[in-house]
Design a protein. Structure first.
Length: 224
């Protein structure tokens, strides 16, 4: 078995003790130690590391902007360190789909700890032309590691070409890149690869809430 991140062998030198507990491992010890799991106090809304576990200034701004923040809570697994950046660029831009296997057990256990199967899972859609360039949607690749049903027919990304034909007024009033193609269910869990400013997730959450969703949460692999 080779490590999904560095390709080195994940098998320890075989001794009687290791022989008895042999189990296929997806990442080697060195890579495991480099993975920057989020720990310590964080903002209760977006999971940004803070020193006092209070709502961060950005989330305060979101609440003011929307009156009520449409995104109830975000849970992320890792911080965006240089190592994580290079792993993500292999995954997103160089088409290294396989690398997602390295995160499978962490994705599953985080999902089980924080979310419930009453939530309808929706991966954030990529713009169709971008999906063609990248060959796969990274949010969907993460969702597939949950081995749970998920929906790609509720939320869609608007077509850029159509956007540019709109009048200036129409463009300003339709800055939200998403559209709703089916009535959303009550409880939604959005999945994406990274939470940076939280804008994309809130644009999706805002639209879903306007169309009747009661609660929208998100699960992202990385909190940058
Ligand atoms: Zn490795
Ligand atoms: Zn926050």
């Amino acid at each position: 078995m080779n490590c999904y991140i560095c390709q080195n062998s994940t098998e320890p030198d075989t001794t009687w003790a290791t022989f008895l507990v042999t189990k296929s491992r997806l990442i080697c010890d060195d890579c495991e130690q480099l993975l920057p799991t989020i720990s310590g106090p964080t903002c209760p809304i977006c999971m940004k590391p803070t020193h006092d576990a209070k709502k961060c200034p950005d989330c305060h701004k979101w609440s003011e902007h929307f009156t009520k923040d449409p995104l109830k809570r975000n849970i992320s697994l890792y911080r965006y360190t240089p190592e994580m950046k290079s792993i993500m660029s292999r995954f997103k831009y160089r088409g290294d789909y396989e690398i997602i296997h390295a995160f499978e057990s962490a994705i599953q256990s985080t999902y089980k700890t924080h979310f419930s199967d009453h939530q309808t899972i929706i991966p954030i859609p990529l713009h169709p032309s971008r999906q063609q360039q990248r060959l796969f949607n990274q949010a969907e690749a993460i969702v597939q590691k949950l081995y749970q049903p998920y929906h790609t027919n509720i939320l869609a990304r608007q077509d850029n070409a159509k956007q540019s034909k709109k009048s200036r007024y129409e463009r300003i009033t339709s800055l939200n890149p998403f559209t709703i193609t089916e009535n959303p269910p009550d409880k939604i869990l959005l999945i994406d690869d990274i939470y940076t400013t939280g804008t994309t997730l809130r644009q999706a959450a805002d639209l879903l809430t306007n169309y009747g969703a009661k609660s929208v949460e998100s699960f992202t692999l990385i909190r940058s």
